[in-house]
Design a protein around this ligand. Structure first.
Ligand SMILES: NC(=O)c1ccc[n+]([C@@H]2O[C@H](COP(=O)([O-])OP(=O)(O)OC[C@H]3O[C@@H](n4cnc5c(N)ncnc54)[C@H](O)[C@@H]3O)[C@@H](O)[C@H]2O)c1
Length: 450
């Protein structure tokens, strides 16, 4: 479903009208286009502590325009506020801030450049996990980065995004994969997020096809977000197996044929679903995306047992049982990646969605509970929590609630299935074991549950 307001607000007449009555103008977000090679098309500014120097070592693979902040001692060309070209990406290493007074370096670095950001600019702040410091004050200063990052993310304009990554000392070699996502249009609808990068032994061999040689299963792949995930994983080089219910067979087969993949019709709640799935994957599977999901909304006072049971069965019980079966049978390969489609409903709760929110919060618990076991085999599990995404599911929401869902976020609009798919594709990469057990929201920094 298209968002007509964005088109109107960005037209000549619409811009004037919307401005005159004081309504917000959500930006047209820049997204990754097929055939693009460089993660950043434009200037990247590096600044701050020693991790910025680490990034400088591979920055020329991200863009051919690398700058350092005027006073910083990096080999890149100096960028002078107000004189240089508009910045497309900014990276600031705040890992050396170990004292409350030093937090002012954030203001000193960011204030001069905020008016020099290009549309859809991407900003990343790096830190060290607060709990890894012996000195409690250092932990306090690093924890403060969270509030700063989430606030500045809300102040960015014209589709700008900002994230905070706490990088473990033995995870610095995973920075490139994370920055190729967070500093590029692949993360167009991700903002205000805080993630921890931890050590991961695997790495991407070829950045143009990061999933080459990997087999991926996507449930609920006949349409919507699942179809976009299948397309994106195939674009990144994976061999895809698309699963959906028997009534979706023709759509599923058409998409599988287009992607050079395989279609598998199966109800994930069938009693023998696990056995059927294992039999259908005799050569094992490297990536499993539990995307199939349903809503049956009612306030709890009106909730029928059927509504409750079906949502819990599809959204939570099936992913748990199938993950267990794929893991125990070693169908999920060592170094495998499991991605669960949660929802911000599962983080914030939502009126009329006690069943759905319970199932999605349960998925987040599933990622956390399974992470240590997965890590023993070099595998990982993570959840993606989409906010308002333009699909059939959200097209069915009544108009007023739909508009509220779209606008109540820093980016002031709904996301596209592609936005969720890009996040899943990043989490499917060999190096993304670095975020084992965590949740990534793809919600445009929605107010809900923030
Ligand atoms: N659309 C959003 O805004 C949004 C927001 C947050 C989370 N999500 C989650 O993202 C996922 C995809 O959402 P969508 O909007 O694309 O939904 P959708 O309804 O368009 O697609 C879901 C797919 O899952 C399949 N499916 C349902 N039950 C199944 C079963 N028992 N076995 C196999 N396949 C089954 C359906 O046939 C369908 O093809 C869901 O898990 C949803 O909860 C969506």
């Amino acid at each position: 479903m298209s968002d007509r307001y964005i088109n109107f607000a960005n037209s000549d007449i619409g811009r004037r009208l919307v401005g005159a009555v004081g309504l917000p103008t959500p930006a047209r977000l820049e997204r990754w286009q097929a055939g693009r090679l460089r993660p950043i098309e434009g200037p990247l500014l590096l600044g701050g502590g020693p991790l910025a120097a680490k990034v400088a070592e591979f920055a020329n693979r991200l863009t051919d325009q690398v700058y350092s902040f005027a006073s910083e001692d990096l080999s890149a060309t100096a960028w002078v506020p107000g004189l240089g070209t508009k910045l497309k990406a900014v990276l600031f290493d705040a890992s050396e801030i170990t004292d409350i007074d030093e937090l002012k370096r954030l203001r000193e670095f960011f204030q001069p450049l905020l008016r020099s950001l290009a549309p859809s600019a991407h900003v990343v702040i790096l830190g060290r996990a607060p709990q890894c410091f012996e000195d409690p004050l250092a932990g306090v200063a690093q924890r403060a980065l969270e509030g700063f990052s989430r606030s500045l993310a809300k102040e960015l304009r014209e589709g700008g995004t900002l994230q905070l990554l706490y990088v473990a000392e033995d995870a610095e070699d995973q920075l490139e994969g994370a920055l190729r996502f967070f500093l590029s249009p692949k993360s167009a609808f991700v903002s205000g997020q805080v993630l921890h990068l931890n050590a991961c032994a695997s790495r991407v061999q070829d950045w143009t096809r990061p999933l080459a040689g990997r087999k991926a299963l996507v449930t609920g792949a006949a349409r919507g977000i699942g179809a976009a995930i299948a397309e994106t994983l195939a674009r990144d080089g994976a061999e895809v197996v698309l699963l959906d219910v028997p009534p979706a067979k023709s759509d599923l087969e058409a998409l599988a044929a287009r992607l050079g993949g395989r279609a598998l019709t199966l109800d994930i709640c069938a009693e023998d679903a696990a056995a059927q799935l294992i039999a259908a994957l005799p050569d094992g599977i490297d990536i499993v995306v539990h995307n199939a999901g349903i809503t049956r909304d009612k306030t709890l006072a009106n909730m029928t047992p059927e509504f409750w049971d079906s949502v819990l069965a599809v959204n939570l019980k099936a992913p748990q049982l199938l993950t267990q079966a794929l893991f125990d049978s070693h169908t999920l390969q060592d170094n495998g990646r499991v991605i669960l489609l949660a929802s911000i409903s599962g983080i914030a709760g939502n009126r009329g969605q006690s069943n759905y929110a319970a199932s999605k919060a349960g998925l987040i618990g599933l990622a956390q509970a399974w992470a240590p076991k997965m890590a023993e085999r070099g595998a990982s599990i993570a959840a993606v929590a989409p906010g308002f995404i333009e699909t059939r599911m959200t097209a069915a929401i009544p108009f007023a609630m739909r508009e509220a869902g779209r606008r109540m976020s820093s980016l002031g609009q709904g996301g596209l299935p592609q936005d969720v798919a890009e996040a899943v594709a990043w989490l499917s990469q060999p190096g993304s074991g670095a975020v084992n057990g965590q949740v990534l929201r793809v919600c445009g920094q929605a107010v809900m549950g923030a």
